[in-house]
Design a protein around this ligand. Structure first.
Ligand code: AMP
Length: 474
């Protein structure tokens, strides 16, 4: 992921990770959160059920390494955990919105964590506030807590089910109480969530690379619309809304960009899917060139696929400095551009006097491509041909990606030729949606492709902006 664009960069959502019934749950959750760090770098947190059955919460702003230092880790112990890494898609980046959220409801403590975005959160919160509920955060996860607290009866399973039946949107959701770990996926299965097994205990994680990090064996994906209840007696599965079945709509952008290449989703390895995309891109949009290079790190798989198919040598044309944090980048155009150069530097020997194919997985606002094409030319590239392993990104995502307005997207209302002109490449071509799906080994109908097509799998009348829950009313 490239995050040098600082404030104007699009962002992906979050990662959740939970363990039930393992003596080293805290350390394994720490590993799992490291493995999910690419899904969110604003805050990290962990709720732990300690030996006395209490829920202890630790969370903070920053990376997993910042939030969980040795001293903190030594104070946490327990056999059941719920962890989270966050990139804000609803609610601002602030400690109060860091997750897990710990609340007390019906005389029980519960920790909640969520990856995704609820499109009717604002409407529900307005309604609950008008009835007297008091909200402590501006994150949509708190809406689930309030709905569960108002559900009739004392069964946490029933209360959470009632809450999830009322929310709309995308979620990989987990909750921890002293008695059970709950894990649920929205009825369309937009966001990923997997189940794994440890010798003693169970693990749920947004991505399978986190199961690997914790030494767990992958069992299966949580099904769309399924809630798992994991406790000392084993696992139970219930349907969230059995009377209202919905079509599957897994986010295709997980395959294209979000997920780590060593994760498997929907039965296919993400690196393999991306490599297939690169191959298909080469078949559909070949070009005479001397070298293929990719934008580190997310497009390297597609770039190798493109190179293998065309037999044009793949080389590392851009070197990424991994040690530059977001805070290092200064505001203002000139300093910002210098910042880009610090983070991604062209390898002169590779690109000088050569015709370069630059493969990237997506163009969202266009900032990355525009800057990289210029940098490659300044480094002496004779031609720069841009090949994108996904279709033009034209519509905002309301399901957990921070690309909230059409105006920010370079391909909205522009032809491919116009985008090429703006970016300054010698040629530009995108992979079609059909071919992306073919590369991912599924059927067109199984995916949410709304960012490319504008066809959302639910009514978007209620969809709100990231900061909608911050706005004061009345
Ligand atoms: P942009 O510079 O706005 O056109 O964004 C596209 C670039 O950012 C590509 O290099 C992608 O690999 C990367 N990218 C795509 N989607 C996201 C996202 N949601 N968050 C951060 N980076 C992204």
């Amino acid at each position: 992921m490239i995050d040098y664009r600082d404030d104007d960069s699009p962002r992906d959502a979050c990662g959740v990770f939970g363990i039930w019934g393992h003596p080293h749950a805290v350390v394994l959750t720490h590993y799992g959160l490291y493995a999910l760090q690419h899904r969110g770098q604003e805050s990290a947190g962990m709720a732990v059920r300690d030996e006395c059955g209490r829920l202890v919460l630790h969370r903070g702003m920053g990376l997993v390494a910042d939030v969980f230092d040795a001293a903190t880790m030594s104070e946490l112990s327990g056999s059941a955990t719920l962890g989270h890494v966050r990139y804000s898609t609803t609610g601002s980046s602030a400690l109060a919105n860091a997750q897990p959220l710990k609340v007390r409801m019906k005389a029980k403590n519960v920790a909640l964590a969520h990856n995704g975005n609820l499109v009717n959160a604002e409407k529900i919160r307005d309604q609950l506030e008008s009835e007297g509920s008091i909200f402590q955060t501006t994150s949509d996860t708190e809406v689930i807590a309030h709905l569960a607290a108002r559900a009739p009866g004392d069964s946490m399973r029933q209360n959470l089910l009632r809450a999830l039946q009322q929310v709309q949107g995308a979620y990989g959701f987990a909750a921890l109480t002293s008695n059970a770990l709950f894990a649920a996926r929205d009825p369309h299965g937009i966001r990923p969530l997997s189940l794994g097994r440890l010798e003693n205990g169970w693990v749920v994680a947004s991505e399978t690379c986190a199961l690997d990090a914790a030494g767990a064996t992958f069992i299966r994906d949580v099904a769309p619309g399924e809630m798992l209840i994991i406790d000392d007696d084993g696992i139970n599965s219930v349907q969230i809304d059995p009377d209202n079945p919905r079509t599957e709509a897994f986010c295709i952008f997980e395959h294209i960009y979000f997920a780590r290449p060593d994760s498997n989703m929907g039965g296919i390895n993400v690196h393999q899917a991306r490599k297939n995309m690169g191959r298909l891109l080469a078949q559909d949009h070949p070009v005479d060139a001397d070298v293929v290079t990719g934008v580190p790190d997310s497009s390297l798989s597609a770039a190798t696929g493109y190179a293998e198919e065309t037999r044009i040598p793949y080389e590392m044309g851009l070197v990424r400095n991994r040690y530059i944090g977001r805070t290092f980048i200064q505001p203002g155009d000139e300093l910002r551009q210098k910042g880009v150069r610090l983070k991604l530097n062209p390898l002169l020997k590779v690109v000088q006097n050569r015709r370069v194919v630059l493969v990237d997985d997506s163009i969202v606002r266009g900032t990355t491509s525009k800057t990289l094409v210029r940098l490659l030319r300044e480094a002496g590239a004779r031609e720069v041909h841009l090949r994108i392993s996904s279709p033009p990104y034209r519509h905002p995502c309301y399901f957990g990606i921070d690309t909230s307005t059409r105006g920010q997207l370079i391909a909205t209302d522009r032809s491919v030729d116009e985008v090429q002109q703006l970016i300054g490449a010698d040629s530009l071509a995108y992979l079609s949606g059909e071919r992306v799906v073919e590369a991912s080994g599924g059927r067109l109908d199984d995916f949410c492709m709304a960012c490319f097509t504008g066809n959302y799998c639910m009514a978007m009348n209620d969809a709100n902006d990231k900061l909608a829950l911050e706005v004061e009313k009345g």
